[in-house]
Design a binder for this molecule. Structure first.
Ligand code: HEM
Length: 343
């Protein structure tokens, strides 16, 4: 409540910063001093006040600026939001889930009034006040999926379930860690995960798919994923690789603290009621090395994780070029003390 929405940029002059409160609630993803892929899925239940898990869909100080950045991406590249014809119902399911949850979690920011299929939606931070008919796309300025995800932080993949598999048949993807909805649309779970190293051999994807295809409505799940980004750029897409790829060569011992960011994704899995689709929101949180190392235990642990990360993972995540510089910088912030499990 009482969120102080920041005016900031995720491109050009990169004015994005986290407030001290936002740093405290950062979803630090490492529960031990090392990292390897696993089926790290847990129930997505609201937990811990003031954490990013307090509500099913977290709204934070970056909301308004992130939505402005999404609008810029879509104006340049409308294919960042796509929906195959059979996915329109899943778009309405998504709109309903996001509106009802946001209105329940943040009543001072969002209000939803329903009278049968006549809905009235107010989004105060973005200055939106719309009446529409649920199920009638002509009454909205965009498709239901695009309408609501232009107002929701994070990316969204919407997966149809058939033939015991998931198919990426719709989505809104403007803040991704180097993958493309336009490339992946229509692919199944194993096809879009094909570039990921080691995890296939470990059986991670076979087990994960089994879990996902049996998720029940009202019992969402979540997992954390992470990578690193140079400059606080949300749109690290293959489509715009020419704009950000060379940033990886600009890291020096002097600028690690400001330029290098840990990028954590809170990934969620929801069964949608009418379409039986799986909604996969991917919520991205960025934190600079200067901000991260304000916590000595995070500094210690991230140093050890990055130093010992298997080369295959470093290669896949695109960290190879600047990893030694960052590890050296972090080593000065690791006093060698043992860390406790968890936190
Ligand atoms: C990476 C989508 C669920 C594990 C990816 C990528 C996409 C994706 C698009 C990038 C692949 C590329 O390089 O092009 C999805 C969707 C899911 C889902 C839509 C659900 C419907 C899961 C689950 C797990 C998982 C349940 C494991 C338990 C991974 C891993 C990576 C990955 C380990 C590599 C990430 C990295 O190292 O940064 N996923 N995924 N995914 N996914 Fe998933």
């Amino acid at each position: 409540m009482g969120i102080n929405f920041k005016q900031e940029t995720f491109r050009d002059d990169y004015t994005f910063r986290n407030s001290p409160e936002q740093i405290r609630r950062f979803p630090f993803p490492f529960h031990e001093d090392g990292y390897m892929y696993s089926v790290n899925i847990e129930p997505h239940v609201p937990t811990r006040k003031n954490s990013v898990f307090e509500h099913l869909f977290d709204v934070d100080e970056h909301y308004v600026s992130e939505m402005r950045d999404r609008a810029i991406v879509l104006a340049e590249d409308p294919l960042r939001c796509q929906s195959l014809p059979h996915m329109t119902l899943a778009g309405w399911d998504t709109l309903e889930l996001l509106m009802t949850e946001k209105a329940a979690s943040y009543p001072d920011l969002f209000t939803l009034t329903r009278d049968g299929d006549k809905w009235h939606w107010i989004n105060r931070p973005l200055g939106i006040d719309d009446h529409f008919t649920f199920g009638d796309t002509a009454t909205l300025p965009y498709s239901p999926l695009e309408y609501i995800t232009r107002q929701s932080q994070g990316d969204f993949a919407v997966c149809d379930q058939r033939e015991n598999n998931l198919w990426m048949d719709a989505g809104m993807v403007t803040t991704q860690a180097d993958w493309s909805l336009d490339f992946d649309i229509g692919m199944n779970f194993f096809e879009w995960h094909a570039p990921v190293p080691l995890a296939h051999e470990m059986g991670v994807f076979t087990r994960a798919l089994k879990f996902l295809t049996s998720i029940q409505q009202g019992q969402p799940a979540r997992r954390l994923n992470w990578t690193m980004t140079i400059n606080p750029r949300l749109d690290t897409s293959p489509e715009n690789f020419h704009k950000w790829g060379t940033d990886r060569a600009t890291v020096t011992p002097e600028n690690v603290g400001q330029k290098v960011h840990l990028r954590v994704e809170v990934q969620m899995f929801f069964r949608l009621p009418r379409s039986n689709a799986i909604l996969f929101p991917i919520r991205c949180y960025l934190i600079s090395m200067d901000e991260l190392t304000t916590s000595p235990k995070w500094a210690r642990r991230f140093h050890r994780v990055l130093r010992d990360l298997p080369n295959e993972l470093a290669e896949y995540k695109g960290l190879v070029r600047y990893r030694p510089t960052v590890v050296e910088w972090l080593s000065k912030r690791d006093d060698g003390a043992p860390t406790s499990p968890g936190f």
